[in-house]
Ligand binder design. Sequence first.
Ligand code: NAG
Ligand code: NAG
Ligand code: NAG
Ligand code: NAG
Ligand code: NAG
Ligand code: NAG
Ligand code: NAG
Ligand code: NAG
Ligand code: NAG
Length: 423
Amino acid sequence: MAMAFSKLIALVLGVFFVAVPQCTTAKGRTCTLYPLGPGMDDTDQVEAAIAACGHNGTTIFEEGSYNITRKMMWDLDTARVDLKGVLSFQPDIQHWLNSSNTFQVVFIQSQSSWFVVTGKDFIIDAHNTGGIDGNGQPWWNFFTTVPRRDGNGRPISFTLWRVTRGVIRHFTILSPPFWANTVAESTDVVYNGMLVNATNTDPAFAGQNIVWNTDGIDTYRSDKITMLNWDVTCGDDCIAIKGNSSNIIARNFVCRGGEGIAFGSVGQYANMTDFVSNVLVENVKVLRLSPEQQPNMEHGIYFKTWDGAVNGMPPTGGGGGPGLVKGAVFRNVQIDSVETAVQIVQNFGGGGAVPSKVKLEDMRFENIYGTTNTSTIVKLECGTTLGCSNLSFVNFDVNGPDGNDTIVCDNTWDVVGLGASCN
Ligand SMILES: *[C@@H]1O[C@H](CO)[C@@H](O)[C@H](O)[C@H]1NC(C)=O
Ligand SMILES: *[C@@H]1O[C@H](CO)[C@@H](O)[C@H](O)[C@H]1NC(C)=O
Ligand SMILES: *[C@@H]1O[C@H](CO)[C@@H](O)[C@H](O)[C@H]1NC(C)=O
Ligand SMILES: *[C@@H]1O[C@H](CO)[C@@H](O)[C@H](O)[C@H]1NC(C)=O
Ligand SMILES: *[C@@H]1O[C@H](CO)[C@@H](O)[C@H](O)[C@H]1NC(C)=O
Ligand SMILES: *[C@@H]1O[C@H](CO)[C@@H](O)[C@H](O)[C@H]1NC(C)=O
Ligand SMILES: *[C@@H]1O[C@H](CO)[C@@H](O)[C@H](O)[C@H]1NC(C)=O
Ligand SMILES: *[C@@H]1O[C@H](CO)[C@@H](O)[C@H](O)[C@H]1NC(C)=O
Ligand SMILES: *[C@@H]1O[C@H](CO)[C@@H](O)[C@H](O)[C@H]1NC(C)=O
């Protein structure tokens, strides 16, 4: 990329002029932005800068808050963005809930996105000062009285879609109304340094989890995704590995509150097969927060695949989809007072009368240690037909609250390290 970039600068030097008022054109192409200030709308100048400098150029957002009022898609190609400032998405709930005001690029559960980055060969570096403010508090308050449903238009804060060779660095997402990050239909993406914090600060809701669905990241239909150095505070999945995710690495994570590390939902669409393969999760801490801040801390590691019967239609219902979750390694995972250290729910959304069509196999759990707050430290509830096989637990040192630890294994075989009852 460096070579292509200097070649380009040589090509365009002196012959290129960018006719965008908000942009300063430098050598090659550099657009530099400053926030317009309180009460002003920054969306136009942001779109103009990316249009001018998003191909073969550099866009620099100086520090401060940029007011974003409309959906935005950045198409980046051989580009660098220094996002030192914060894209602050105006909390106009009724505007964003209208699906014509967001993008529907994330197929699963018909999710909506207010900000999509697409393209190839780019770096977005937020320098630990920039990123996204989702202004989620009014959203969370609103959805205390309105049911939360998948596909109801709550926007994903930061979506990478159809990206090839993208790097996201030193980025912060504050108060996401819904999922903080999603990477979909992408290949070769590295996230290095991501702070996500979904924390209710309204005293009226202290002690309740009103920040459901504020997942740290969902991966979907993507290959070679690497996530390094993440710190996620949320009320739901810290990571959710969804269908057709392969070659995923998550290393150096702190997950504070919520549901822990999740795989799923897999098998939600009866007409499509979901494959998940080759996932490495290592050096992770799953930590319980004070109950005032976030009462929920459910799993260390969790797998959720749908029942074999069709129970309603996506986005909210589903099931009956075939699939295979194969090859996951979890290494060096510290858990702190989670409800269950490792849980598999293979027949989610149904009674298991038609067992799940998603098979789970070849998992390794190594150096998993810490505490649970219930005595069921491991709960592997697999379906009768396909079940779960070849799971090995090595240096598994998890302790429940009362020295009375229970392990549930339904329809599992070739399970090493948990005792005879699991075979
Ligand atoms: C954002 O821009 C809108 C106008 O489009 C304005 O009404 C609103 O006050 C601005 N918000 C901030 C925080 O400046
Ligand atoms: C970017 O550079 C590539 C290769 O050097 C060139 O083909 C393309 O036209 C350039 N794009 C723009 C928008 O300048
Ligand atoms: C959604 O927005 C579109 C475009 O602005 C508008 O035509 C439509 O009436 C809106 N729908 C609702 C339900 O407000
Ligand atoms: C998350 O935000 C809450 C509320 O502002 C704050 O108390 C907490 O320290 C933050 N956590 C992290 C890890 O930054
Ligand atoms: C599968 O069904 C969903 C509706 O549930 C539909 O949107 C999608 O296009 C279908 N996919 C295929 C491959 O037919
Ligand atoms: C997953 O990939 C397979 C092909 O490898 C495809 O048949 C299937 O429809 C994909 N599933 C989804 C949910 O995209
Ligand atoms: C364990 O933690 C959960 C919240 O994650 C809570 O609902 C439950 O009451 C706790 N159980 C015990 C026995 O403390
Ligand atoms: C069991 O799973 C491990 C990965 O955890 C894999 O290396 C091994 O080949 C699998 N064994 C069999 C018999 O498939
Ligand atoms: C241990 O577990 C058994 C069966 O679940 C239960 O009856 C018993 O009360 C438990 N003992 C303690 C100390 O919790």
